[in-house]
Design a protein around this ligand. Structure first.
Ligand code: ADP
Ligand code: MG
Length: 208
């Protein structure tokens, strides 16, 4: 049950409204560790509820009164970023004022800048466009508390490693980094080593 780890009644009520009665295995494994501030490397198949596994802890840690960007979720494609944003917005319904901005390539740059003018709590997007915003100084990541690398293996396959490194260089070293990946090639191991701090590994094998 979610109430084993989540004490905020409004969050619990919203999960209930969404029909989230029990936690999926990856949520059971990740939520308490992520709430405790640990870095995680998590492996679980598609459809296992990974978005809420990072989304719930990330939303619980937000300082809603500050309009600084506190969390970033990097995704390999625009479609996936939009799915993550939509799920985070559903999870964020417990509060009225959580601003989640999606920044992906293929969308016009200027409207994204206008949308960022009054600040945001969470940014979700693809590495290329997020790096562009950092370089143009239309966002700053100096107050990031949590970085999520979603579908990390696909991001590496798509050649985003350098962009991800440049994005991370703009963040505080003292932060939480949560990495989700379906597979664990050597490159992922190397990346974990470089961007994480004493990460715990969580793997949910498929049930028979
Ligand atoms: P993944 O990223 O692992 O592929 P998603 O986070 O996209 O999976 O979740 C898959 C679907 O499961 C979504 O439609 C989501 O709303 C739903 N879901 C996630 N967690 C729960 C839960 N605890 N109870 C019921 N449905 C859930
Ligand atoms: Mg996912």
């Amino acid at each position: 049950m979610f109430n084993a780890f989540i004490t905020e009644p409004k969050m619990l009520q919203n999960l209930n409204d969404l029909g989230y009665v029990s936690m999926t295995p990856i949520q059971k494994a990740c939520i308490p560790l992520a709430l405790a501030g640990r870095d995680l490397v998590a492996k679980a198949k598609t459809g296992s509820g990974k978005t809420a596994a990072f989304g719930i802890p990330l939303l619980m840690a937000l300082h809603v009164n500050s309009m600084r960007i506190q969390s970033v979720v990097l995704c390999p494609t625009r479609e996936l970023a939009e799915q993550v944003s939509a799920e985070l917005r559903r999870l964020a319904r417990f509060a009225h004022n959580i601003k989640i901005v999606t920044l992906c390539g293929g969308a016009r740059f200027v409207p994204q800048c206008i949308n960022l003018e009054h600040g945001a709590h969470i940014v979700v997007g693809t590495p290329g466009r997020i790096l562009q915003h950092l370089q143009e100084k239309t966002i700053n990541f100096e107050h990031i508390k949590t970085l999520v690398l979603d579908e990390a293996d696909r991001m590496l396959d798509m050649g985003f490693y350098e962009d991800i490194e440049k994005i991370i260089a703009k963040m505080p070293q003292k932060r939480q980094t949560l990495l989700f990946s379906a597979t664990f090639p050597k490159e992922i191991e190397r990346m974990c080593h470089e961007v994480q701090n004493d990460a715990l590994h969580v793997s949910i094998e498929e049930e028979a």
